[in-house]
Design a protein around this ligand. Structure first.
Ligand code: COA
Length: 365
């Protein structure tokens, strides 16, 4: 990936270290940005989503762990989440969302030049979930790969896809965020199991036709010093699968909730501010915020810090919980489906997840 310094539009992007609107970014952090307002090269041509049928409510969870509907709603905004059926695969969900996005874009699978799947819960450790998705879509031999940035996976994928198209030689990219976390959760750990849900969202991106609509900028970041705040310690090469790993539930999600909460508020705010600053706009200019749906309180805090009114945030966390990399494309597809997002409006996206990795995108719809 090219850095902002060798990007043709790099001159339009203030360095994050000197930007007054990104106070919490360490000076060494480089942001990977896009172009100026009015000069986007790539736009979203179609969106899709898939969420499993099975609904698990907070009341259902009360029967499984020591929790309450009232606690979950008050602390997170979540009321229910979807859980994949036995036998349903991550690649099934991803392909369903991808198929819908292709249909809406009017692009056939064999026209795709690339498939990027943001996921940390693929069908198996090897090969990439994207390989199964490609096969299920019938997308022939286009390069297809997974991207591990957890809840920021969709924004990372969007950034990379946009760069490939901008660079030339690649026309249509399918970017999917998909997660089947219900099989990676410890259903006896009330601190994590109440938060997450399963689902998939997808977009097809391609060259814009010079009408000024499209992706105005993307910014992506990682702070590996916080890698231990949200992780699956076992099952990789460090702690290969063993009876002990399984007995100790080290193959499942572990999280330091408060650390992640603070990092999310800080970094979602700074990434949002970076997106606004890079394009010379303010929170007042933003029509919709399609943010990662991790916790309603996180979004309320970001709303205050960035001066983005809460009514501009599209919220569906009450229905799906945190679907990780799927949450932004699911929300975007719902926003469009409800007829709320109009041509020409300004959409801000931001997400943060394990890594910790985070980012933002600003889009002229
Ligand atoms: N039901 C009932 N009580 C619970 C609970 C649950 N599901 N989970 C935790 N608690 C308890 C804790 O044990 C603690 O009890 P104690 O005071 O007796 O020790 C109390 O509630 C407060 O816990 P705390 O962790 O301080 O709550 P919180 O307000 O920080 O909320 C989270 C917890 C997980 C909701 C919050 O930290 C959060 O959302 N963090 C970010 C998580 C996230 O978004 N991760 C994904 C990032 S992509």
């Amino acid at each position: 990936m090219s850095s902002s310094s060798d990007h043709p539009a790099a001159g339009s992007i203030p360095p994050s270290s000197s930007s007054p609107s990104a106070p919490s970014s360490p000076p060494s952090v480089r942001s990977f940005g896009g172009g100026k307002v009015g000069a986007p090269a790539v736009r979203i041509l179609g969106t899709g989503r898939y969420t499993p049928e099975k609904i698990v409510t907070n009341v259902d969870l009360e029967k499984m762990v020591d929790t309450s509907d009232a606690w979950i709603v008050e602390r997170t905004g979540i009321r229910e989440r979807r859980v994949a059926a036995p036998g349903e695969l991550t690649s099934d969900m991803a392909a369903a969302a991808g198929r819908m996005a292709l249909e809406k874009a009017g692009i056939s699978a064999d026209e795709l030049d690339m498939i990027i799947v943001g996921t940390i819960s693929g069908d198996m450790p090897m090969p990439a979930c994207a390989a199964f998705v490609q096969q299920k879509l019938g997308a022939k031999t286009c390069p297809s790969f997974d991207l591990s940035a957890a809840c920021a996976g969709f924004l990372y994928g969007l950034t990379i896809g946009e760069r490939f198209i901008r660079a030339g030689g690649v026309r249509y990219v399918l970017v999917i965020g998909v997660e089947l976390l219900s099989r990676l959760l410890n259903w006896e750990d009330r601190k994590t199991c109440v938060l997450f849900g399963d689902g998939a969202g997808a977009v097809v991106i391609g060259p814009n036709d010079g009408d000024g609509r499209g992706i105005l900028s993307t910014h992506i970041f990682t702070d590996g010093s916080l890698a231990g705040s949200l992780f699956i310690p076992g099952g990789g090469s460090k702690e290969p699968v063993s009876q002990e790993v399984v007995d100790k539930r080290r193959h499942l999600v572990h999280m330091e909730g408060q650390d992640v909460f603070k990092a999310a508020v800080r970094n979602l705010s700074s990434a949002s501010q970076a997106a606004l600053a890079a394009n010379g706009v303010s929170g007042k200019d933003v029509d919709w915020v399609v943010a990662h749906q991790a916790n309603l309180r996180i979004l309320q805090a970001v709303s205050q810090r960035v001066e983005l009114p809460m009514e501009r945030f599209f919220i569906n966390i009450h229905k799906y919980g945190n679907t990780s990399s799927a949450s932004i494309p699911i929300a975007l597809d719902e926003l469009l489906g409800e007829g709320k997002l109009k041509q020409g409006q300004l959409v801000l996206m931001c997400a943060l997840g394990a890594g910790i990795s985070w980012g933002s995108a600003l889009i002229r719809w």
